[in-house]
Design a binder for this molecule. Structure first.
Ligand SMILES: Cc1cc2nc3c(=O)[nH]c(=O)nc-3n(C[C@H](O)[C@H](O)[C@H](O)COP(=O)(O)OP(=O)(O)OC[C@H]3O[C@@H](n4cnc5c(N)ncnc54)[C@H](O)[C@@H]3O)c2cc1C
Length: 398
């Protein structure tokens, strides 16, 4: 058993964590596993599963109770992310909604924005997304073209976003726009855009090679009137907000990776113990044992590092560099683990009915979204050569 060789994780050791883990496992078993095929056919999950998650207190877990959250610390959110991915339940974009959109609102929202959106989000009655990427720019976010023109008490927004998780189901999206274009105040700002606003259109969900039950689509804005009170934070500081908050988003992706790797190894241990060849279990071959020993070791190393990162979120000390290391390294590890595991399933590993096949397909995007792994290395290197880059910038200004 994998648990026999892994260190006990202090961050999940409390009775509350154990109860939460049991509740999550029951939720997955009773409300999600049987729906997976139907959701994959439709390219999206049901609204009911969002409301069920809300009723169980599993949305906006670390938001304050006065805004409808569960008032717990981030380790409980981390546990939820890991458990979902451990079972390969990647359809509902809960983490993006609870761990990315909600903290933006809590940290930068006005009191009335928090009161308007957070309780609905925590109940699962409102589904949210975040729109940064555009058809012509993903990594280079400063190059976005979606434009918000100031019209006094409102903005008029024109533009397009792509690859938006929860895009088709969303009721509200945080959208990155350019404001004050062509003036010295030109910059990126964030707007809370409700899908009911006139001129806000959604594309049909993309057909993807994995995450088939998670809706990902384009958003189009044609002269959408957005009241000024829907500005999140101040005008022009959107890029700074995104760069700060992306650390937590990247940690969430890394947590999904270690949860996924754990599930893949567990399922492979079970399969290779019962499947036989040459009159012995597949697990009897030294190759199988060595491969799984290597996978378990890699998982252990990443769990230990990520537990440290998770603890730092509570005290707002997780740095962009650590989050980038976690995201890049854990998703690469997950990719290798799930590939090795699939191999040990033989031909069955290639069949969609076997969760390992879905895990293999689902994992691939983790090296691309939330900032590609190449961009993660750019960010780490920026920290390594900080003084040099500062000197170079100062010389450019002379
Ligand atoms: C399933 C899915 C869900 C997504 N969900 C969302 C979402 O909810 N919201 C959202 O805003 N976006 C979302 N995205 C978009 C995602 O974040 C982007 O795809 C990603 O940031 C990469 O941008 P790009 O696709 O434009 O690639 P590009 O930026 O065009 O990059 C192409 C290649 O060039 C490399 N590259 C680019 N710049 C550099 C550099 N400086 N140095 C070295 N290499 C470089 C990249 O690493 C990559 O390999 C999602 C994407 C997918 C596939």
């Amino acid at each position: 058993m994998l648990q026999n060789v892994l260190l006990k994780r202090a961050i999940y050791a409390s009775e509350e964590h154990k109860m939460m883990q049991q509740m999550i496992q029951d939720f997955i078993k009773n409300d999600m596993l049987e729906q997976m095929d139907e959701w994959e056919e439709k390219g999206m999950v049901s609204r009911e599963v969002w409301e069920r998650a809300g009723a169980l207190g599993l949305l906006c877990i670390d938001m304050p109770e006065k805004y409808g959250g569960s008032g717990l610390d981030f380790s409980f959110s981390a546990l939820f992310v890991e458990e979902l991915n451990r079972e390969g339940v990647t359809g509902p974009g809960f983490s993006l909604h609870s761990d990315i959109v909600a903290p933006y609102l809590l940290k930068y929202g006005t009191e009335s924005q928090k009161q308007k959106y957070l309780p609905l989000m925590a109940s699962g009655k409102m589904i949210t997304s975040i729109g940064m990427t555009e058809p012509n720019c993903g990594s280079d976010l400063k190059a976005i073209k979606t434009n918000a023109v100031d019209k006094g008490d409102h903005y008029v927004v024109n533009g397009q976003k792509t690859f938006i998780t929860n895009g088709y189901m969303c009721d509200m999206a945080i959208v990155a726009v350019k404001t004050n274009v062509g003036t010295p105040k030109e910059g990126v700002s964030l707007l809370l855009m409700e899908s009911e606003m006139e001129g806000f259109e959604k594309g049909i969900p993309f057909k993807k090679i994995g995450l088939k039950a998670q809706d990902t689509c384009e958003l189009f804005f044609d002269n959408v009137k957005v009241p000024k009170e829907n500005l999140l934070g101040e005008e022009g500081i959107g890029f700074k907000i995104m760069m700060t908050e992306l650390a937590r988003e990247r940690l969430a992706v890394a947590l999904a990776a270690i949860g996924g790797a754990q599930g893949a190894i567990e399922k492979t241990i079970a399969y290779t113990t019962t499947r036989t060849a040459f009159n012995q279990p597949i697990a009897g071959f030294q190759n199988t044992q060595f491969k799984l020993a290597e996978c378990a070791t890699q998982l252990q190393l990443h769990q230990s590092f990520l537990d440290g990162c998770t603890a730092l979120v509570a005290t707002h000390q997780l740095t962009a560099e650590s989050a980038s290391m976690a995201k890049y390294s854990a998703t690469e590890m997950h990719g290798k683990v799930v590939d090795e595991c699939l191999q040990l399933f033989g031909g069955y590993g290639y069949m969609w009915d076997y969760p390992i096949a879905r895990m293999y397909a689902d994992n691939r995007v983790a090296r691309i979204y939330a900032g590609t792994n190449e961009i993660m290395k750019v960010l780490i290197a920026r920290g390594l050569f900080k003084e040099l880059f500062e000197q170079m910038r100062a010389e450019e200004k002379k």
